[in-house]
Design a protein around this ligand. Structure first.
Ligand SMILES: O=c1[nH]cnc2c1ncn2[C@H]1C[C@H](O)[C@@H](CO)O1
Ligand SMILES: [Zn+2]
Length: 331
C-alpha cells in the first residue's frame, strides 16, 4: 500500500517536539543563541529520543534544545509554518498541533504574542497547502499554576480562529487530575474543547479522572485503561477518543514493543482509536511511518484504515465545514 498518498489526520502532535534540526541551527544563528553543535547530524541526535530512554521523564529532556530557539515571534511563526508544511507534504489533511505557551516566555513574550505567532504560521501554511489545522494549548502539569488562567484568557481571543482546545501535558503522576478541576472548568466556560494526556505513564485511574473530573472528550495515549475496567468501560461508553502515538509509546516505555500495544485490541473492541505522531522530531517519525507501523503490525486492511480515518474526523475538534471537507477524502 502507498502509505504516503493516503489522506491522513494527526490529532496529537507537539510543536516543540517537531522542529526541523536545520531550523534549530538557522534560528540559533539568527537569534545569537548558543547551541551544542552546528552539525545537523549532531543536532538531530540530540533531539531524537533514543530507544534506551527509561521513561517519559527522560524523553521530555529532548525539548530543551528546540525551546531555546522558540522564544521570538519570528522563530515560533517559522516553526509553526514548517510543521504544517511537513505534514501537508505527506498528505496530512487535518492537523491539530499542541504546545505549551508557558514554555515560550524565556525572553519576555506575552501569551498573546506566543499564541498569535503559532496561529500566524499555521495560517500561512493553510494558504499554501491542502491542509487545515487548529492549535491546542497545553499546560505543563509540573509548572506553577499561577498563570494558567492567563494562558486561557489569551487563547480565548483565538478560539475557533486557530485555537480550539485545552490540554494537560508533561510528567504524569497518579491522581493529578483533581488539582486541575477549577482551571479546566474555566477553560470549558470560555469555550475550549478538552483533551488530556492520561494513562500514558500513569495508571488507568488517571483516564477515569480525566473523563469524569475534567470532562475530557479525548485522552492523549490512554494505554493504561487496559488495567482498569472502570476507565475502560467509561471510555467505551462515552466514546472518548484515544490519541494513540505508537512510536512515542515505545520510546517512553509506556509499551515494550509495538506488538504489545493495546491499540489493536481497542480497535477490535470498537473503541475510538486514532493514529498520531506525538513528536515528529523527538520520536523521529511522520504520519506515514505511524500509519505504516500500525497497519502492518496490526494486520489492518485498507477498509480498517478508512474506518480509523473516519473515527479521527468524528473525534477532531474541527468545524462541521472542515469535517465535511475531510470526508471527501474518505473511501
Ligand atoms: O508524550 C508526551 N507526554 C506528556 N508530555 C509530553 C509528551 N510529549 C511532549 N510533552 C510535553 C513536552 C513539551 O515541551 C510540552 C508541550 O508541547 O508537552
Ligand atoms: Zn503528547
Amino acid at each position: 500500500m502507498n502509505y504516503l498518498s493516503l489522506p491522513k489526520i494527526d490529532l496529537h502532535c507537539h510543536l516543540d517536539g517537531s522542529v526541523r534540526p536545520q531550523t534549530i541551527i538557522d534560528l540559533a544563528a539568527e537569534q545569537s543563541v548558543t547551541i551544542p553543535s552546528q552539525d545537523i547530524n549532531e543536532i538531530s541526535s540530540l533531539m531524537i529520543a533514543p530507544e534506551t530512554c527509561n521513561n517519559l521523564e527522560e524523553y521530555l529532556l529532548r525539548f530543551d534544545l528546540p525551546l531555546s530557539v522558540m522564544q521570538t515571534e519570528a522563530g515560533i511563526e517559522r516553526i509553526s509554518f514548517e510543521v504544517f508544511e511537513d505534514a501537508a507534504k505527506e498528505n496530512v489533511k487535518y492537523f491539530e498541533v499542541r504546545f505549551g505557551p508557558q514554555l515560550h516566555q524565556q525572553q519576555g513574550l506575552s501569551f498573546d504574542q506566543i499564541i498569535g505567532s503559532v496561529v500566524k504560521g499555521m495560517q500561512r501554511a493553510e494558504a499554501m497547502y491542502d491542509i487545515k489545522g487548529n492549535y491546542i494549548l497545553s499546560i505543563l502539569r509540573t509548572f506553577p499554576k499561577d498563570n494558567i488562567r492567563d494562558v486561557i484568557d489569551a487563547g480565548a481571543a483565538y478560539l475557533n480562529k486557530g485555537v480550539v482546545a485545552f490540554d494537560l501535558a508533561g510528567a504524569e503522576l497518579p491522581g493529578f487530575c483533581s488539582e486541575f478541576i477549577p482551571y479546566v472548568d474555566y477553560a470549558i466556560e470560555k469555550g475550549y474543547r478538552i483533551t488530556i494526556h492520561a494513562g500514558e505513564q500513569g495508571v488507568g485511574q488517571n483516564v477515569f479522572d480525566a473523563v469524569s473530573l475534567l470532562h475530557a472528550e479525548r485522552v492523549g495515549h490512554g494505554i493504561h485503561i487496559t488495567g482498569h475496567q472502570g476507565a475502560y468501560d467509561l471510555v467505551k461508553q462515552e466514546n472518548i477518543g484515544l490519541e494513540t502515538c505508537p512510536s512515542s509509546n515505545i520510546q517512553t516505555k509506556a509499551v515494550n514493543k509495538l506488538s504489545e500495544h493495546p491499540a489493536k485490541a481497542f480497535y477490535k473492541d470498537k473503541l475510538p482509536i486514532t493514529i498520531n505522531t506525538d513528536n515528529r522530531t523527538v520520536s523521529n517519525t511522520t504520519m506515514t511511518d505511524e500509519v505504516r507501523k500500525v497497519m502492518e503490525e496490526f494486520d489492518l486492511s485498507r477498509e480498517d484504515y478508512f474506518n480509523i480515518y473516519r473515527i479521527s474526523i468524528e473525534q477532531a475538534f474541527a468545524s462541521d465545514e472542515v469535517k465535511q471537507h475531510l470526508l471527501t477524502f474518505a473511501e
